[in-house]
Design a protein around this ligand. Structure first.
Ligand code: SAH
Length: 384
């Protein structure tokens, strides 16, 4: 048995402080390569398809649940292709159990988060693409801690499979269900981990047994605005939604809120976004966290509206979820309403994101931040 979901690693054992290379997993590989691994173990290649159906279709990596495999082959095959990559460190639920956040510990001791959100018409998994993040946005909890490492493709996919397993097992109120949407809005900058994220998108959206069979249109990749990577993603000709975390329409403010803006300015980021929209026909989502008296001024709403008017874009306003100790708070309701009104006056579609999961540290990186703060008293090489 590779690793057991229900038995977290004993506290304090951190093999390499979150800087290791995760073991190979079938979700890292296209099906043809899984077949080669299976053949290398002396098993018929079709066993790769069987294993893939267990993982992507039945959401299991447990040898005892693989009755179509010969008993003697189950252990070697699961050890070679289905190592357990993530161990739950902490699980929190709210909204009557329909919002569930999991803090995962990776094989090398890094902490990452995922959140499942069930709505009447869909289930969204919010996943992490990196342990930590190197983008240093000052309002974001993950940004405060810096980057630990990139997640592997399988470490990303495993977060979604874990949610799918809960839903299929009827463990989320509302009856059995499936993951319909995936958003790369957990920890990390997905486009700074391009190869693993792109392979994860393919694994999530290719049909079983190649992948999990989620619709590409239901996947959203969110970025701070890494311009060359946006262009590269546009050239992949996928139908995934691009979200751009803009947060300010002017370079002076955006240089401070999203420091990578010093490298790629607002105009360049938006040009790349329009290139993405042209290549894919997909409306780009412009993310804007409303921060009281920082970026919620009426003139900024007008400037944003004028930049986006007539474009294939939609603004998603996010009331700031203040990180612990932050001097910033969410905008006043009147300022938020006025911001919406002015964008709409420019003909720009706008929604205000619901604030699900707030009471369980739902915003980016907050759970991992509080977990490492509570273990900070026991010195460990990877405590930041
Ligand atoms: N690095 C990517 C994806 C992760 S963050 C990106 O920046 O897009 C997902 C979204 O949550 C981003 O729009 C980010 O700016 C926003 N976010 C981060 N911290 C937040 C906070 N404290 N309150 C509200 N939104 C936040």
């Amino acid at each position: 048995m590779p690793l057991v979901l229900a038995s977290p690693r004993p506290a304090g054992r951190r093999p390499s402080g979150g800087r290791g290379r995760p073991p190979r997993h079938l979700a890292d590989l296209p099906l043809a390569e899984r077949r080669a691994v299976v053949a290398g173990l002396g098993e018929p290649p079709f066993r790769a398809t069987q294993l893939s159906r267990h993982f992507f279709g039945r959401y299991t990596d447990r040898p005892e649940e693989m009755s179509d495999l010969p008993l003697a082959a189950r252990e070697p095959l699961t050890q070679a292709l289905l190592p357990r990559l993530l161990t739950p460190e902490r699980e929190l639920a709210c909204d009557g159990g329909t919002t569930r956040k999991t803090l995962w510990r990776t094989f090398d001791g890094a902490l990452v988060e995922s959140v499942l959100m069930r709505y009447p018409d869909r289930v969204t998994m919010c996943v992490s693409s990196q342990a930590g993040c190197g983008m240093a946005c000052p309002f974001c909890a993950t940004g405060q801690a810096g980057l630990t490492r990139n997640l592997s493709t399988a470490e990303i996919v495993a977060q979604v499979v874990a949610g799918a397993r809960l839903l299929a097992g009827g463990q989320v109120p509302g009856g059995t269900g499936r993951v319909s949407n995936v958003v790369f809005m957990g920890m990390g900058e997905p486009l700074a981990n391009y190869a693993s994220v792109l392979a994860a998108v393919r694994r999530l959206t290719d049909p079983v047994p190649e992948g999990m069979g989620i619709s590409q249109r239901s996947v959203t990749v969110s970025t701070v605005g890494l311009v060359p990577a946006i262009a590269r993603l546009a050239a992949e000709r996928l139908s995934v939604t691009l979200a751009v975390s803009l947060h300010a329409p002017d370079d002076e403010l955006r240089d401070t809120l999203v420091p990578v803006n010093r490298r790629w300015k607002v105009a360049e980021v938006l040009d790349a976004a329009w290139g993405y929209a042209a290549a894919t026909g997909r409306r780009v989502s412009i993310e804007y966290a409303l921060i009281k008296d920082i970026n919620d001024h009426a003139w900024r709403a007008d400037l944003l509206g004028s930049l986006l008017a007539g474009r294939l874009a939609h603004v998603n306003l996010i009331p700031l979820n203040p990180t612990p100790g932050s001097k910033w708070t969410a905008s006043r309701p009147a300022a938020q309403r006025e911001f919406v009104r002015r964008l709409e006056a420019h003909g720009v579609p706008v929604t205000v994101r619901d604030t699900r999961g707030r009471e369980i540290d739902g915003a980016c990186g907050q759970l991992a931040a509080s977990a490492s703060a509570s273990s900070a008293s026991s010195p460990s090489p990877d405590t930041r």
